[in-house]
Design a protein. Structure first.
Lengths: 362, 173
């Protein structure tokens, strides 16, 4: 038995864009135990809901994360709509799903690029980010913003997309799909990718269920868990929705699931554009959530299920708003993947769960 | 829309209820604190595919709840978080950070009425940042109470003619 050493990993590390710290107990280059620590950047954004009215707070939820910003505004708006019994027009539901799925494409392309960079395939990284730029251009064209969209509010959406622009988006996505095919082949069939990711950070289906992990991390271990399949909002109009599942449970499977979800999101957008109803895009929202009313809802963010909770107090402010992010749910699973892995695989393992600490610490 | 199921439970029933969810194959979703008049409202959420249920209990400040990390290991995150932000302690957490999970500038920032916040106020340490293992700096001394507002205003008026004197006056105050 070798000597045990504790190696501190993070909060600053080249592979980590955001701060998470791990105490790695190492024995002969193998990780025996990993103890996570977060909490370096807790911002207390949830507390602001007590001093910002619910319509203004939508803009704050968007600033929780720069990647899934639209998803957070969607989750918050949806929770308030449940709280106040508001039914939004169909077109607004469809537009929300379109922007949300575009966010998923851009998030997954960003992650695939970071993954390629982490295993030293810089050209692949650049190609992924080049395609991601097109999605950001669609955001800019439709909302005026590339990161913070300010398109969603309580009662619907703030901006419409004309039918002509929707057809233009489909054309752009068709072009993106053609070029993405080459990158997809590389991710799925290139020997170097498979040899670097295959078997790294294995998590069985049983472990995935035990740790209650969510999102592509869970689906890569064979867990059929995706909020979109419940058909809430615009997802209910889809003919069929089957989550992308892999049963390998390793880093390669997480790459495979995210890579294929890009194509799935393109299909969802195309289907909804074809079915786009001609209704208003929002309803007028008056009044405030009743005192003591509470609601909880879930949204499938690019990184997995995100939970939202709110409690009204009879005024336009809320007593409490809570976001439980996918990363918070996945930390325990990530620690499990680290136990027994090589020290050299730690950065890649951490990256494969796609952690977002700024979301987690809100 | 997710089903809105909130089930009120008592503190004594909590553990048995969570065990029931675990036995029946429900997935753990969240633990969430919030401040209410009586103390802290704690919500436990579980899902089994689309079915989605929330247990709600209200506990007094300073209450210790049983940890559920032996059933749901990932609950350690939320139990530590609820402890640091609301002051509700959990007994038997698998990874217990003992109040240092989040770096916060005041104890239990989401619940100023918690036992920890009250203790810090009594010890005059409320507002001293949590620096982890580092030494906590001495809190700044409170300025002495002003004896006579009118006299202070008069001395400040006199002092405006001389900057050095202004400094002296302020220090004396």
């Amino acid at each position: 038995m070798g000597k045990r050493t504790v190696i501190p990993f993070g909060p600053q590390h080249p592979v980590l864009p955001e701060p998470i710290h791990l105490d790695l107990v190492i024995e002969d280059e193998k990780v025996i135990e990993a103890i996570p620590q977060i909490g370096f950047i807790h911002r207390g954004l949830e507390k602001l809901v007590e001093t910002r009215d619910y319509q203004t707070y939508v803009n704050i939820t968007e600033r929780i994360c720069g990647i899934c910003s639209f998803g957070h505004s969607l989750g918050f708006s949806q929770t308030i709509e449940i709280l106040m019994g508001i039914e939004i027009p169909k077109r607004a539901e469809f537009l929300r799903v379109i922007w949300h799925e575009l966010s998923r494409i851009h998030s997954h392309l960003l992650w695939l690029g970071l993954l390629a960079d982490a295993f030293g395939y810089e050209n692949l990284f650049m190609q992924c980010w080049r395609l991601r730029e097109r999605v950001l251009n669609i955001f800019e064209q439709t909302t005026g913003g590339r990161v913070i969209l300010s398109a969603c509010n309580v009662g619907g959406v703030l901006q419409d997309i004309s039918d002509e622009d929707l057809r233009g988006i489909v054309q752009i996505l068709d072009g993106l799909r053609d070029e993405y095919g080459d990158l997809l082949d590389t991710f799925l069939y290139d020997r170097s990718v498979e040899s670097r990711l295959g078997g790294v950070g294995y998590l069985s289906k049983q472990q995935a269920e035990e740790f209650a992990i969510v999102g592509p991390f869970a689906r890569a271990s064979g867990v059929i868990e995706d909020v979109r399949m419940f058909g809430h909002g615009g997802y209910g109009a889809l003919e069929d929705f089957e989550p992308v599942i892999s049963t390998r449970g390793d880093g390669y499977a997480r790459c495979e699931v995210r890579a294929l979800e890009v194509l799935q999101s393109i299909d969802i957008i195309k289907e909804l554009v074809g079915k786009m109803p001609d209704t208003p895009i929002s309803v007028a929202v008056k009044g405030s959530p009743e005192a003591g009313s509470r609601s909880a809802s879930r949204v499938e963010q690019p990184r997995g299920e995100c939970y939202y909770y709110s409690r009204g107090n009879g005024t336009k402010f809320l007593d409490r708003f809570r976001i439980r992010t996918p990363t918070a749910q996945n930390v325990a699973g990530m620690v499990a993947t680290l136990q027994g892995c090589d020290l050299a695989d730690v950065p890649l393992n951490v990256l494969t769960i796609d952690p977002c600490i700024s979301c987690t610490e809100r | 829309m997710d089903p809105q199921v909130f089930i009120n439970v008592k503190e004594s029933e909590l553990r048995a209820k969570v065990e029931q969810y675990h036995t029946n194959g429900w997935r753990f979703v969240n633990i969430n604190g919030s401040t209410v008049e009586e103390g802290v409202e704690v919500i436990y959420s579980f899902s089994k595919g689309e079915p989605f249920e929330n247990l709600r209990l209200v506990v007094a400040n300073g209450t210790h709840l049983p940890s559920v990390t032996d059933l749901y290991p990932n609950a350690f995150f939320f139990e530590n978080e609820t402890h640091d932000l609301f002051g509700t302690a959990f007994d038997g957490i698998s990874i217990d950070f003992g109040g240092e999970f989040y770096t916060v500038s005041v104890p239990t920032p989401m619940n100023p009425a918690s036992a920890q916040a009250q203790e810090a106020l009594a010890n005059n340490t409320y507002g001293a940042a949590n620096y982890g293992d580092c030494e906590v700096p001495e809190p700044a001394a409170k300025p002495a109470a002003k004896a006579d507002t009118k006299a202070d205003a008069a001395s400040a008026k006199t002092a405006t003619s001389d900057t050095a004197e202004t400094t002296t006056t302020t220090e004396e105050a």
